[in-house]
Every structure is written in C-alpha cells, then in structure tokens.
Design a protein. Structure first.
Length: 627
C-alpha cells in the first residue's frame, strides 16, 4: 500500500497556485479598471446617453398665418391632420412594419421603402421619420387601434392648410406642399415633413406665413411607450395677413368667368389696391395641401385650358383696340396729333399691295381723335401708326408700363412684348415693315400685354397720370412707379373719350352705362388667327372656339370720390362689347351699389357649347390684312 500511495505525490505544484492567483488578481484588476473607465472616466457621457434614451424630444409643428380678405373674411385657415412616422430605434423589423403600413394605407410597398431609405439620412434613429404625411380618418382609426402591437410606429399631429373657397383664390393664394430636398438644403430650419408655400402669396410670403416650430420633451420606458410629456418651447404661429381683395367681388368675377377662359382685374385707381384678381379656369388649392394623386395631377397637366395658368399676370394677348388710347397718347406726347384734325375713313386704306380694312365696312366718314376713339375707327389709327412709326409708339408704350412687369407680389409674372425694329430683326431676322406700323397702331401684330398692365394704365388715366404698383395686401403703402408723360389737358382728352364711348349712342361701350356713376370704357377685339374666306362666311356661333377672337374691355368708374379701373379679357369671346362688357357692368354694379348680378345660365350653356364645337377649315392664303 505504501508503494501505491504517497502524500507528497498528491500535493499540487506551488508554481501552479501562484499562476492561478495571479490570473484571478489580473482579472479582478481588469474589471476594476473597466469599472473605473465606465463609471468615472466616461460616467458623465454615458449618464447623458442613458438620459437621452429615457428622455426624447420632437418638434411641434407651427400653424401657418391666417389669410383674410379686405373685410376680415377668413380665406385660408388650418385644420388638424395626422401623419404616420417610424422611430427606427424602437422598431425591431423595419421591412415588416413598412409592409404593414402599405397594407393599412393602400400605398405601394416599394414606394414607401424608397421614401424611407431616402429620408432616413436626414432623421436621427430616435426621431420620427414621416412616411405618410396625411392620414385619412379611416386610416387614422385603423392604425391607432393596432399601433400598440407595432413598436416604433407613431402618429403625429400637425396642422394642415385649408382654403375655405378652394378654386376661388387659387391663383392668388397659391398652395402649400411638402418641402423638397432643394428647399430643405437652402433653408436649414426646414425638416422632413414640413410644408412650404409653392405658389402665390403662400410662396411670396413664406417667411412671414410659416411661423416657428416648438419642441416637446417626453419620457419613455424600455418599450418606447410615452410616460410624461412637457413643452420646452412653445410653437409660434405665422403672421396673419389681410388681402386687399374683396370676397364678394371675387365670387362675382369667378361666376361670370365660369365655363370661360379669361381674367378680371379690378384696381382702386387712387391706391393701387386690387379688389379682384380672378382667372379661369381654376384649380383647387386644397388638392395640393392633402397631396395630389397621379390622376389629379394628370388631369391638371393635360387640360387644354391650362387651369394652373394665372391669366391676369402670366398670359399675354394682343390688346386690340384698347391699345388705341396708348397710340393716341403717343401722338399727343410727340406733338404729331391735332385732336381737332379730321381724317376720312372710307372703310379701308391701301399700303403697297395690302389692304388694311376698318371693322366697319362702310367706314366712319370724317373722324377726329375723340370720334375715332369713341367709335374705334381703325383707319384713323392706321394713319396715325404710319405717321408715328414703331419707334415712337414703342417708346411711349414702355413709358406707360407696357413691355415690363408690374411688380405685383406674385411669382412668374410676364412682361408681355412691345416690339421694336431691333426686336424683330433678332427674333425673325427680318426688317420692320410699313404694315407692321399699321398693325401695331390697332393693337395687333407683335404687341402683347397682360390684363394687369392694362388695368394699371387705365387706372393712371383715371387718377391724373400716376402709374401705381398693383397691391395685394391691405396694409401695403401706395407706390407710384411712373407718371404718364402727358399734360393734364391731353390726359383729359383721353379720359373724356373713354366716357363718351359709354355715353354716346354710337359708342362701343354703351352697355356698361350705370346710373349716377361716371363710367368710361374701351372695347377690344384681338385676332387669334387670320380668318380664311371659309371662316368669314360663318356666323359667330359657328366659328370653332380656338379660332375665335379674344374679347377685351377696359373701363374706368367713379362716384363719390371712389375711383376704380377694370380690365376684363375673355379668351375667344368674339367681341369686347358682348364677350367682356356684361362682366364689367356686373363689377360696376357691385362696386357702387353692392348689387350681385349672377351670370345667366344660358350664357354658361353657350360657352360650353362653343368649346365643344369642332371645325377644321382648309388652309388658304390670305392676301389682305384685316383688323
């Protein structure tokens, strides 16, 4: 037994015990150092991170400023809306959650996933990333009921723009929509999901309208559930603004433009404030606030009448006979026109091989300046254009505001075109011809103007020669941009001719006479195309809509110290008196008597029938120029 068992042999080696003790001591020191590093050296940093995991912040959307009309009626307000967002840090399976969101909302999964991947770079993992900016009521109810089973899913409250009159002020107010990458890059204060103005006043006054966002802090548990909330910075609403526009007058103008394409501008001749700025057809601004569907956008984009176009400031037209007052002003200014001198109108004049006809085939006989303006004699102004030439007519037209922007506080205004010799040479590579002078003198040819330029000029004739900046805000100060370069008696001649055009039994604006109101006006018929012989044989209601002349009427009206200028353009309205005149008369009745004259239903039906008319005439060469 002694050979098999020895106590000395069973003792562990002393060196092994020392090694084990050293390992244990080293491990203890490692833990101690790590504990010191985490608790002391990095303790403050990790304490902040832990608190951040418990306390989170998010933005509180600020409501945009309200918009009112000149009488305080609300035009644009804010309503509650809800967005669906994802907090990545709390979501265990992003793909599964996005798939579920697609099922709830009917959105395409791949589109939502693309949106998520695009925007996650702009949002921190613990901040909400908006994937559905505007939930419907049914979607909200469904998701709110089920979101407790989907960690990381959050419903956010946000104000949504509501335009109370939809299409009525669309081209003035514009609309808001979600900010894009370019806008967020230019303005650091913008974040994902913010709405910004895209058109109209909403765009031009974006900084005033947007307001300042607030911040909310809330505590969450380990599942991401909110426990306590507190506002650390209250949001500040955008500034409220009041437009100079009158809701009732805007309604009236849009009613008269219904089923038509055209524009109406009404300006206070003493302040420059616009009381109406209507253009038709229109669109609904609310569609953009809630998000256009592809079908809605396609309908707007492909509409041949271009409802997104603001025809008062963005569409340019030949002015027709309303330009004769500008030509008359040029003749007076340069001393090349004797108001009392008479000209014989036999119905046409000949220039080279071309015949330029007056609108009255039998002619007007002997006419002086006033009679030529009152009865709109073309021959008188053909001869005046020949005498003045393009040089003087262009110079004077630009001096009274044509061929340049008015400066209205709306985007994308067009300047129109006042031609010159150099312009034609650059544009067409051709020299200016004698016939171009004659066409320009009656507002045809290359001359193009906007209805807003027209109302500014006639407002200047009414107020004594001041060309005022058109204003859209009620609190804006009057701005005199230029003076009509005519002496008071010369300006008086033009104003008197406007009034006689209404009061004279042979005047072209007889239909806008209004009791106890001093009214003046001028009609204009602007050719769209040269009518072929085949088209000339047709009655007005048989001519295809797209070939019909545009109808103009510019008017002035004053009573008891209140003075207004009015410009109406109806595309393809045929004649100024019948196409635009009734609208001017309805506007005057509203301005001075508060009378609302609705557009007759038969007139609406006639306009619908005109657009539906389809006719394609054969092309024929035209050897004569006709007004």
């Amino acid at each position: 037994m002694s050979d098999l068992y020895s106590e000395t042999d069973q003792q562990p080696p002393r060196s092994g015990l020392l090694l084990l003790q050293a390992l244990i001591l080293g491990l203890f020191c490692l833990f101690a150092i790590r504990l010191w590093y985490l608790q002391i050296h990095k303790g403050e940093e990790y304490a902040l991170k832990a608190r951040d995991n418990q306390l989170r912040q998010e933005s509180i959307f600020s409501p945009r400023g309200l918009i009112r009309d000149r009488n305080g009626e609300l035009l644009a307000v804010n309503e509650p809306a809800y967005a669906l967002s994802i907090i990545r840090e709390d979501c265990p399976d992003i793909d599964r959650l996005i798939h579920q969101i697609a099922m709830w909302t009917g959105k395409d999964y791949f589109a939502l996933k693309t949106l998520y991947n695009k925007n996650k770079k702009r949002v921190k993992p613990f901040e909400p990333l908006i994937v559905i900016p505007d939930l419907t009521y049914n979607q909200l109810a469904l998701i709110d009921t089920n979101k407790v089973r989907w960690p990381g899913l959050e419903i956010q409250f946000r104000p949504r723009r509501l335009y109370r009159y939809g299409t009525l002020f669309a081209h003035v107010l514009g609309y808001v929509a979600e900010a894009n990458e370019e806008e967020m890059g230019k303005q650091p204060e913008l974040a994902l999901g913010d709405n910004v103005g895209k058109q109209g006043i909403e765009y031009m006054l974006e900084d005033r309208m947007r307001g300042i966002k607030g911040r909310m802090q809330y505590e969450v548990d380990v599942t991401g559930r909110r426990l306590q909330e507190r506002i650390i910075k209250h949001p500040r609403a955008g500034h409220e603004i009041s437009l100079s526009l009158d809701l009732g007058l805007q309604k009236l103008a849009m009613d008269w433009l219904s089923e038509e394409a055209g524009g109406v501008a009404v300006m206070d001749a003493d302040t420059g404030q616009l009381w109406a700025l209507a253009t038709a057809p229109s669109y609904n601004s609310n569609d953009f606030s809630s998000g256009l569907t592809p079908e809605q956008w396609a309908a707007l984009r492909d509409n041949p009448l271009h409802p997104m176009q603001n025809r008062v400031i963005q569409s340019v037209y030949p002015p027709g006979s309303i330009f004769k007052h500008v030509v008359a002003g040029a003749g007076l200014h340069y001393g090349m026109l004797d108001p009392n001198e008479t000209v014989h109108c036999g119905g046409a004049i000949k220039l080279g091989r071309s015949i330029f006809r007056c609108w009255r085939r039998g002619g007007h006989g002997k006419v002086n300046l006033e009679k030529a303006l009152v009865q709109s004699c073309d021959v008188y102004f053909y001869k005046m254009g020949k005498k003045l030439t393009v040089d003087r007519m262009s110079e004077f037209a630009k001096a009274v505001g044509f061929g340049q922007k008015t400066g209205i506080r709306l985007p994308h205004e067009k300047s129109g075109n006042i031609p010159t010799r150099e312009w034609k040479r650059k544009r067409f590579g051709e020299s200016w011809q004698g016939g171009d002078n004659l066409n320009m003198a009656i507002g045809q040819g290359f001359t193009l103007v906007t209805p807003l330029q027209v109302v500014r000029f006639f407002g200047g004739v009414l107020n004594g020669g001041k060309l005022l900046k058109p204003l859209l805000l009620k609190d804006e100060k009057t701005v005199v941009q230029a003076e009509i370069p005519l002496k008071p008696y010369q300006l008086g001649l033009i104003k008197r001719a406007l009034i006689q055009t209404v009061q004279d039994d042979h005047g072209t604006c007889r239909r806008i006479r209004t009791k106890d109101v001093v009214v003046g006006g001028k009609t204009g018929t602007a050719q769209v195309v040269r009518l072929t012989d085949e088209l000339k044989k047709l009655k007005d209601d048989q001519i295809p809509y797209r070939f019909r002349d545009h109808a103009w009427m510019a008017a002035i009206a004053e009573k008891d110290g209140r003075r207004f200028a009015i410009a109406v353009l109806v595309e393809h309205g045929l004649h100024g008196g019948s196409g635009a005149g009734p609208i001017v008369k309805a506007v005057i009745d509203y301005l001075f008597y508060g009378k609302v004259t609705p557009k007759p239903e038969e007139r609406k039906a006639k306009a619908r029938a005109a657009r539906a008319l389809s006719y394609k005439p054969k092309k024929k060469k035209v050897k004569t120029n006709a007004n």
